[in-house]
Write a protein that binds this ligand. Structure first.
Ligand SMILES: Cc1ncc(COP(=O)(O)O)c(C=O)c1O
Length: 410
């Protein structure tokens, strides 16, 4: 509808320079959803092609609708707006609680939010910096889809802390627009930067001289087990101090893990800037969403919206956190008992078992399946095995560690 590129050039020069060719082109047209929204409240609503009773209530088929009995039929059975249900977007912004950020856009899970960012900012000329090992889907989302070069640095330094110097070297090599991916609690390491590391990390990023899109992938937000962890997203601290000439901070999070709603596919994408620049970026993200999936699953959005206003939600989340904390403690002890070398983990869902240089991660993974009926993920770049302790009952964790040791230790 409006051309958001001139707005970004004027209001957020870094964002304007960071856009890929697709990101520059992305514009919400005055299409059917927009024309229909303009006609909201009309006596005769003959705009969007939804099957209704005639007064805006969906004409549902009970064989389907009876399975969603607790949800408002208008929210659950009609198309959600392109950027998501407005009350859900507002409720999530309140939950994020970072002043001056955009209204979140609802995405079909977090992978989708990341892929929108990749579309907006990723291209062969704009590399992506990230710590290795990393979640494998970043390769698919950025390198495969957009041709962005992934420039990694080793996650841990020689003393097994977060490798700030490695990141600094990668940033120093950049001469133009690029993205930086931050994922804490991390998949696959299970590591969150400590408070002290976070302070240095924030200063390093703020001092970067070229346009940088910092992407906070907060998939495992809230799952902190060690008091030393920087126990919140870096998004808030970075967004508060970002210079619009150089830095755009983006946040991807969602219901997948925070509300244990893996199949629901409700994620959120938020930009660390409000006002006209934030709206322009949300418009561009919405244009990409309209051109791919068109609209995010409405019943799942309605369910998340209902959950966010349920007074029992915080205690239910605490309960899940308690279960995971006990599994984390049990794994920490069991690894010691079995003499397994784990890389530092203090948060999230995973731990990495470090293998010896003469061991092959994928071969050991296959042997664990065959000989110990145990499934783990091979992480060859770190010569390690990723153990998802979030999926193992606390009482079975000593047995899990014993099975790992039977193959890893000899
Ligand atoms: C680091 C990280 N980011 C994003 C995602 C994607 O989440 P979703 O299932 O909502 O697409 C995952 C899922 O495993 C993840 O580990």
């Amino acid at each position: 509808m409006s051309n958001s590129l001139p707005t970004l050039v004027a209001e957020h020069p870094a964002a304007a320079r960071l856009l890929s060719p697709l990101g520059r082109r992305a514009e919400v047209p005055l299409g059917i959803p927009q024309q229909s929204a303009q006609a909201a409240g009309c006596l005769r609503q003959a705009s969007i092609g939804q099957i209704t009773t005639g007064d805006g209530v969906p004409l549902t088929v009970p064989a389907v609708s009876e399975h969603f009995a607790g949800l408002d039929p208008r929210s659950a059975f009609l198309y959600a707006p392109t950027a998501g249900l407005r009350p859900l977007r507002e409720a999530w912004r309140e939950r994020i609680d970072v002043p001056g950020c955009s209204l979140p856009i609802v995405t079909s899970g977090m992978s989708h939010g990341l892929s929108i960012l990749a579309d907006l900012f990723g291209c062969p000329e704009h590399p992506m910096v990230l710590a290795d090992p990393f979640w494998d889907n970043y390769t698919t989302i950025w390198a495969m889809r957009t041709g962005s070069e992934l420039r990694s640095f080793p996650f841990f330094n020689a003393t097994r802390g977060f490798n700030l110097a490695g990141l600094g070297r990668r940033l120093a090599e950049l001469t133009g627009p690029a993205s930086l991916l931050l994922n804490f609690p991390n998949n696959p390491t299970g590591y969150t930067v400590t408070r002290r590391e976070a302070e240095a990390l924030i200063e390093l990023i703020l001092a970067h001289p070229h346009p940088l899109a910092v992407i906070c992938d907060d998939a495992y937000a809230g799952l902190y087990f060690d008091p030393d962890c920087y126990g919140r997203s870096l998004f808030g601290a970075l967004a508060a101090r970002a210079d619009r000439e150089r830095l755009l901070v983006c946040k991807v999070d969602g219901a997948t893990k925070e509300l244990v709603f893996f199949g629901g596919r409700v994620g959120f994408l938020t930009f660390g800037v409000g006002g006209a620049a934030g709206e322009a970026l949300v418009d561009k993200a919405a244009a990409i969403l309209r051109g791919t999936i068109s609209s995010v699953n409405a019943p799942a959005q309605a369910a998340v919206l209902a959950a966010l206003s349920d007074p029992n939600l915080p205690s239910q989340q605490e309960e899940v956190l308690g279960v995971l904390r006990r599994r984390y403690d049990a794994l920490t002890s069991a690894l010691k008992v079995e003499g397994l070398d784990a890389l530092p983990f203090n948060s999230g869902c995973f731990a990495l078992i470090q293998l010896r240089p003469d061991q092959d991660a994928d071969q050991l993974r296959l042997r664990l399946i065959r000989e110990q009926s145990t499934g783990v993920i091979a992480v060859p770049s770190a010569n390690a095995l990723r153990v998802a302790f979030c999926s193992i009952d606390e009482v079975d964790i000593p047995d899990l560690a014993a099975r790992l040791a039977a193959v890893v230790r000899p």
